[in-house]
Write a protein of this length. Structure first.
Lengths: 405, 180
């Protein structure tokens, strides 16, 4: 090796440069490797973001005051059955408060032997449970009562989302306060500017209601009631009071504005249904749905979501011929009670116009009604608790619209 | 609505075996109960001292409420508070305090807890009594010189007090039960 020295090292460098240049010049080299050597990716981070290529966002209807209104979950972009906390629907009546959990307390008073003031640390000391539940606004699909219904599934059904909720059974905390004989209602109040108030029958409070502080593995989001809210399985969202700071035991319902003037269902005879908390079985096809386009005829997988405030989804049927024939869809397991259940069915789009819809049946035997059947009983001014079958029209060119355009 | 008799039985059943097993928390202070216990019952439970008349309420309304609800409660950025009586069974129902709200105590509770929209909690009890009296008078429910206080407010008979019925659902779905 007597020739080893600076000159041979230079030779070696020249040679490797030639090799590198040759590699770069190779026409069959995959495009991803163009910028050799590879660039490092982004550094690790303390709190994750989604890919910048993902664009699904909540849709918000314009209101005269930005602190009130609703934002809708993009159900057409959802996969599986859980809703990311960041895309969970919102319905606020006076904005989202900023609450320091170290200063937040829950007051339990009224008809109890042992009035209590609990800190968040107190509540977190108690035995906790985790449950997956759908939450649906009582006004979800309110657009569908009208002659011209919503153009896409986000706007027609997006006031429903499904999360894992973590917290303490309300019954445990009420028992700690020792309910007095004669108490029959719990009056819940929130710490938002309007101090949202709802009356809840005591039997439901002692059955399955959660005092929730967690959602999808972390603390509740501010928009979902941070640091504490009620989760009332199967009942309209409004009763699930957010930013909860007071529970008063009483012998009567308090007839709050949001359970009399609002969230009551006006019938054609001018009478309104009071305390209509329950959400009934419902389903909707999310693909293909309004605003989407099938690129060509061929095989597709129809998919969507079904849920019921009364328990598990037992069956979902799908029609692709406007309701003449129905086929059983495949239900994704596990089917949890009062939670989103994903359904699927392969379908061959033959390039001809097709009207498609889904129909859910829950474990109580309740079958999701048609829009005509619902309106025949309730008219079109009841505003809340719309759960009828939703029809989409797939046009010959593959575009999809709501039927009542 | 759950039947009162069933409610009492169910409530009695849940009273069994109650003890302070975990012993967390502390007794609330009187201030905490006063500060958070805003809820007013239909029988007037929770109403504070004070009183107001429609005449006094007109001034408060003009200063704080009319910018959203208009001078006589016709509505603007905020919803209308008057009118609509006789429309509930028509194709275009107008739900207002006068045509729809079943309890006058609810008006007091809501004005006190949630109004004015951008400054809830601003009004003192006599101002709330006065504004509520003014809104009731605009709807022709009370006279313009009637004094509204904790005793008289629960006795005000709202026009739509009997306009509510229990929830009868399921009312539709089972009639369309799918063929197997």
């Amino acid at each position: 090796m007597k020739d080893s020295g600076p000159s041979s090292r230079r030779q070696l460098l020249r040679m490797s440069a030639a090799v590198g240049g040759g590699l770069l010049a190779r026409p069959d080299r995959p495009r991803a490797a163009e910028d050799m050597p590879s660039e490092l990716g982004a550094p690790l981070g303390p709190y994750g973001d989604r890919s910048p290529f993902e664009k699904a966002v909540r849709w918000r209807r314009d209101t005269k005051t930005p602190q009130t209104g609703s934002s809708f979950t993009p159900l057409e972009d959802s996969v599986g059955t859980l809703t990311p906390s960041s895309l969970h629907y919102e319905r606020h009546h006076s904005g989202i408060p900023t609450i320091d959990p170290s200063r937040h307390r829950l007051l339990i008073h009224g008809m109890v032997e042992r009035p209590l003031s609990l800190s968040m640390a107190d509540i977190r000391r108690l035995p906790s449970v985790s449950r997956i539940f759908v939450l649906e606004c009582g006004g979800n699909s309110g657009s569908e009562w009208a002659a011209k219904t919503a153009p896409d599934v986000q706007r027609s059904h997006g006031l429903a989302s499904c999360s894992e909720w973590n917290g303490v059974p309300l019954s445990l905390v009420l028992t700690e306060a020792r309910i007095r004989s004669g108490a029959a209602w719990v009056i819940a109040e929130g710490a938002d500017a309007c101090r949202m108030e709802r009356s809840i029958p005591l039997p439901k409070a002692m059955d399955d209601i959660l005092l929730a502080y967690g959602q999808n593995g972390e603390a509740l989001r501010p928009a979902q009631g941070y640091p504490l809210r009620l989760i009332i399985p199967g009942w309209e969202g409004n009763a699930n009071v957010k930013w909860l700071h007071s529970l008063k035991l009483a012998d009567q319902p308090y007839m709050a504005r949001d359970e009399t003037a609002k969230y009551t269902d006006l019938m054609p005879d001018g009478k309104a249904r009071l305390f209509s908390y329950q959400m009934e079985a419902k389903s909707v096809i999310t693909f293909p749905s309004g605003g989407q386009t099938l690129s060509s005829p061929g095989l597709y997988e129809l998919t969507g979501l079904a849920w019921s405030g009364h328990g598990r989804i037992e069956r979902v049927e799908i029609t692709t011929d406007g309701g003449r024939n129905w086929a059983k869809a495949l239900l994704q397991e596990p089917r949890l009670p009062i939670a989103f259940t994903r359904f699927r069915l392969p379908w061959r789009f033959d390039g001809r116009e097709a009207v498609i819809a889904s129909r859910a049946t829950d474990e109580s035997g309740y079958v999701q009604p048609t829009r005509d059947a619902l309106i025949a009983v309730r008219g079109t001014n009841s505003a809340y608790h719309y759960n009828a079958i939703k029809l989409w029209k797939v046009h010959a060119d593959g575009t999809v619209t709501n039927v009542e355009v | 609505m759950v039947k009162p008799s069933a409610m009492v039985l169910l409530a009695a059943a849940v009273l069994a075996a109650q003890s302070a097993k975990y012993g967390v928390g502390r007794p609330p202070t009187e201030d905490e109960i006063r500060g958070l216990g805003l809820a007013i019952a239909p029988d007037g439970t929770g109403l504070p001292e004070g009183s107001g008349t429609p005449v006094a309420g007109r001034e408060v309304f003009a200063a704080l409420c009319s910018r959203c609800h208009a001078d006589k409660g016709e509505g603007g950025i905020g919803p209308p508070l008057v009118g609509g009586q006789g429309t509930l069974a028509t194709a275009k129902p107008l739900k207002t305090v006068g045509s729809f709200w079943p309890y006058a105590t609810t008006v007091w509770d809501y004005v006190n807890r949630a109004m004015p929209f951008d400054q809830p909690g601003l009004l003192k009890p006599p101002q709330v009594y006065a504004v509520v009296a003014y809104i009731l008078n605009l709807n022709g429910i009370i006279g313009s010189d009637q004094v509204i206080d904790a005793k008289s407010l629960p006795k005000v008979k709202m026009p739509n007090r009997d306009g509510f019925v229990p929830d009868p659902r399921p009312d539709v779905g089972n009639k369309t039960r799918a063929k197997r």
